[in-house]
Design a binder for this molecule. Structure first.
Ligand code: TXA
Ligand code: MG
Length: 323
C-alpha cells in the first residue's frame, strides 16, 4: 500500500483524510500528545486494521477520541457525576477517562473489557476532523508495537510507511508524551498511566483521593515494562556521576542532557533538552528518534528531576531503559 502524505493546512488534503476515515481506512492524525493511528470507532473492521498495522496484540484496548462532549453518551453506559468537573477543566486535553462501556461498543476497541477509555484531544486539526465528519476515532499511538511514539508525521512514516492509507501532517505535537489515564472509583481515583497531567493537577477536580498504583494495570499496554523503546540501548545516569560515567564508557555514542553543567560535555552525538518539564517532554521522543537516526547504539540519559511534574518522563525513560 502506498501511504499518502496529506497536509492538514490544505483543504483538499484535510477533506481526503476525512473521506479515508469514513471509508474505513487507517489515517495517522496529529494530537497534542503524540500522533495517533486513527480508525472510525463505529466500524469494527476498520478498527481491526490497527492491530495488523501496528502488530499490536488484539487484547490491548484502544482509546476512543471524541470531538464534542455530546458524543460521550454514544460510547459510555452512563455518564457519572464526577465527569463534568474533569471534562470542564481538562477537555479537550491529555486526559483519558475510563468508563463502563456502552453496550453497542465493539469488543475490537476494548479488547473484550467491560470498560472503555475516552478522551477529547486538544488539537485543532483532529478536533475539526471529528466534528466536520461527525465521527469518533479509535487511535493508539502511531508506532509499531513497543516502539517509540511519534511526535511528527515523518516519525510516523519511519515506522508505518506502506502499512496505512495516509498520514495527516499537522506539524509537531505540542505536549509530547501520551495522555494521563485515570480510572475513577467509589473511594479512589487511580492513575493507570502517568502523563502530562499529574495527580496534583487532577486532585482539585475529584471527590476521592488520586493514587498512582505501584503494580501496573495489566490491560494498559503502555505499562508493559518494555515499551517506548528506541533502537539505542538506554542507560539512565544521575547528574553528579554523568561525566565520569561517559568518560569511562567509550562505546557510549550518545548523550541526552538538560543541566547547564553538562551542556559542554564531550560525546559524539550530544543532545541538550530544555530543563523545564514542558519543554523536555515536548522534545523527548523527537530526540530519541533523532539519535536512532544517527545510529547511536548506546545512549546515556541524564536522570530527570524527581518531581511529580516529571513523573511521566521518568516512567517513559525507565521503560526505554528496561532490558
Ligand atoms: O495520548 C494518548 O493517549 C495517545 C494519543 C494518540 O491519543 N494514545 C495512546 O494510545 O497513547 P495507546 O494505545 O498507545 O495507549 C492507550 C492506553 C493503552 O495502554 C491501553 O491499554 C489503555 O490506554 N486503555 C485503553 N482502554 C482501556 C481500558 N478500558 N481500561 C484500561 N486501560 C485502557
Ligand atoms: Mg502507544
Amino acid at each position: 500500500m502506498k501511504t499518502e502524505i496529506l497536509n492538514a493546512l490544505l483543504a483538499a488534503d484535510f477533506q481526503r483524510a476525512g473521506e479515508l476515515l469514513t471509508a474505513g481506512e487507517l489515517v495517522a492524525v496529529p494530537t497534542e500528545t503524540v500522533y495517533g493511528l486513527a480508525a472510525d470507532a463505529g466500524n469494527p473492521e476498520a478498527v481491526a486494521k490497527i492491530f495488523a498495522a501496528k502488530q499490536r496484540p488484539r487484547n490491548h484496548p484502544l482509546i476512543t477520541h471524541i470531538g464534542s462532549i455530546d458524543q460521550l453518551s454514544l460510547w459510555v453506559k452512563e455518564i457519572p457525576d464526577w465527569v463534568s468537573p474533569l471534562a470542564d477543566a481538562f477537555w479537550p486535553g491529555p486526559l483519558t477517562l475510563i468508563f463502563e462501556r456502552h453496550p453497542s461498543v465493539s469488543d475490537v476497541i476494548t479488547g473484550g473489557l467491560p470498560s472503555i477509555g475516552v478522551r477529547m484531544p486538544d488539537h485543532p486539526v483532529l478536533l475539526s476532523l471529528l466534528q466536520q465528519f461527525d465521527i469518533a476515532v479509535a487511535a493508539p499511538s502511531a508506532n509499531p508495537y513497543q516502539k517509540l511514539s511519534p511526535t511528527s508525521a515523518a516519525q510516523v512514516l519511519s515506522g508505518l510507511d506502506g502499512k496505512i492509507a495516509a498520514v495527516l501532517d499537522g506539524g509537531n505535537c505540542g505536549v509530547g508524551t501520551e495522555s494521563t489515564i485515570l480510572r475513577v472509583g467509589e473511594d479512589k481515583a487511580e492513575i493507570l498511566r502517568s502523563g502530562p497531567l499529574s495527580a496534583e493537577d487532577l486532585q482539585p477536580y475529584l471527590p476521592v483521593p488520586v493514587i498512582t498504583p505501584q503494580s501496573h494495570h495489566q490491560a494498559v499496554s503502555g505499562n508493559k515494562k518494555v515499551h517506548y523503546q528506541p533502537n539505542a540501548k538506554v542507560v539512565i545516569c544521575p547528574t553528579p556521576t554523568f561525566a565520569a560515567t561517559l568518560a569511562a564508557e567509550p562505546e557510549t555514542t550518545g548523550a541526552l542532557v538538560y543541566s547547564s553543567s553538562l551542556q559542554g560535555i564531550n560525546c559524539r552525538q550530544r543532545l541538550i533538552l530544555p530543563c523545564d518539564h514542558q519543554g523536555y517532554r515536548q522534545a523527548l521522543y523527537a530526540s530519541l528518534h533523532a539519535l536512532d537516526g544517527k545510529g547511536v547504539h548506546k545512549l546515556l540519559v541524564e536522570a530527570p528531576p524527581i518531581l511529580p511534574s516529571w513523573a511521566d518522563i521518568w516512567d517513559r525513560l525507565s521503560r526505554a531503559a528496561a532490558e
